[in-house]
Design a protein around this ligand. Structure first.
Ligand code: SAH
Ligand code: SF4
Length: 393
């Protein structure tokens, strides 16, 4: 087991925004301010910059356009200038699997040839997109398949926003210019619950969410975005202030002794420290409830006593408890709790006054459920030097 007191962020590689391809900058994932700066640097007169940002933003994020030549409200030579300096790129979908229940899992290739997974979960009148924030994860939660994969690198803001865009491509969700707008949203919610610990890639996640939440374009409100963290305490207040989305926390245990084993970051920031940070979140972010995720592991964390301890611990925090039946993966050291046990646990939590939905596993047949995300083709045990070389660093 790794030493959770060691500086965990040291293995994270962040690649610069500029992609190697022809030295052109990818505009996807730039915030409005960054886009403005980029346009000015490429020769856009300063007094036109704001208007150009608005026009280009609408083409990219409202209409889903990838080609400057088709931006018909811009002068031809300006379109040529843009094409010379910039690209509009989203990660490539290498494969798509569709589960019997309609869940779609995309294997997505990012710069350097690495792969992450994005999962679309359709529900009645809405749909949730589960996106990744890192390739692999530096943390080693013992029940999580992603945790067995060595971290390769942080995703860029463009690669994070790009996952929302490629799902809309696949679902055919972009409006057509001139045609009436269809108000039903297929991707109505985004959860940062795929591969990686989003708070260890803070700046890119924040910038990406700024783009996704912008009032024009993808326009998902901050209440439709949920960031899930294993409990990176120092970044929780920052997430409230700088992102302001809903928060989910991978709680999973009611004693430090058990949480140390399940979520090793607990050795660094224990339950009490985590709860103190969580108590502040709703006020700082002006949001309602915090979601406590609780994976049900047979004989490990699923007793009545655990349920009672849980409600005592979170007393005073506006909360919902999501009970997640453990998703098994080959070689996993745990089993899923029996259904009756999960229901008994849910009942105690519910009677204490908290919503306690049991999450129905989705997309199990394609290994798309929580914690099963791990790209089969990832050549896991590479040296950091190899990885850096591949990423063009
Ligand atoms: N790193 C972040 C977000 C990604 S994990 C975090 O840990 O919160 C998304 C959720 O899936 C977390 O609550 C995680 O604990 C849960 N999870 C991981 N592996 C799982 C498994 N095998 N079965 C069920 N849930 C799992
Ligand atoms: Fe990383 Fe989250 Fe998996 Fe833990 S549960 S190893 S933090 S992805």
């Amino acid at each position: 087991m790794t030493d959770a007191t060691a500086p965990i962020t040291q293995d994270v590689i962040t690649i610069p925004r500029k992609l190697p391809e022809g030295g052109r900058t990818n505009l996807v994932g730039l915030t409005r301010d960054q886009l403005r700066d980029a346009l000015i640097a490429a020769g856009t007169p300063e007094k036109q910059a704001k208007m150009r940002v608005g026009q280009i933003w609408q083409w990219i994020y409202h209409f889903g356009l990838r080609d400057f030549a088709a931006m018909t409200n811009l002068a031809k030579d300006y379109r040529a200038l843009l094409a010379e300096h910039f690209t509009i790129e989203v990660p490539e979908v290498v494969s798509r699997q569709i589960s019997a229940d309609g869940t779609r899992k995309y294997l997505v290739r990012i710069a350097g040839g690495h792969e992450v997974e994005t999962v679309y979960i359709p529900e009645e009148n809405r749909g949730t997109l589960c996106i990744s924030s890192q390739v692999g994860c530096t943390l080693t939660c013992s029940f999580c398949h992603t945790g067995t994969q060595k971290l390769v690198r942080n995703l860029t803001a463009g690669e994070i926003v790009g996952q929302v865009m490629l799902a809309r491509d696949d679902l055919g969700e972009w409006p057509v210019p001139g045609e009436p707008k269809d108000e039903t949203r297929l991707v109505s919610n985004v959860v940062l619950m795929g591969m990686g610990e989003p708070l260890y890639n803070f700046d890119n996640v924040r910038d990406a969410m700024k783009v996704v939440m912008d009032g024009e374009g993808l326009t998902l409100s901050r209440r439709r975005i949920t960031l899930s963290t294993s409990g990176v305490v120092p970044e929780i207040a920052r997430a409230a202030e700088e992102i302001g989305c809903l928060l989910a926390v991978s709680f999973h245990a009611t004693t430090d002794e058990v949480r140390d084993r399940l979520v090793p970051i607990n050795k660094r920031w224990n339950i009490e420290t985590l709860l103190n940070a969580l108590r502040e979140y709703p006020r700082l972010s002006n949001s309602e409830r915090i979601t406590f995720e609780y994976v049900m592991l047979k004989g490990v964390n699923d007793s009545d006593a655990d349920a009672r301890r849980l409600v005592k611990l979170i007393a005073g925090i506006p909360a919902k408890i999501n009970l997640i039946p453990f998703n098994e993966w080959p070689g996993a050291p745990y089993e899923r709790s029996d259904w009756e046990r999960i229901e008994a646990f849910a009942d105690i939590v519910y009677k204490a006054g908290y919503a306690s939905p049991i999450r129905t596993p989705r997309g199990e047949d394609i290994m798309a459920a929580c914690g099963q995300l791990k790209s089969a083709t990832e050549r896991a045990r590479k040296s950091r030097a190899e990885i850096a070389a591949e990423a063009g660093l």
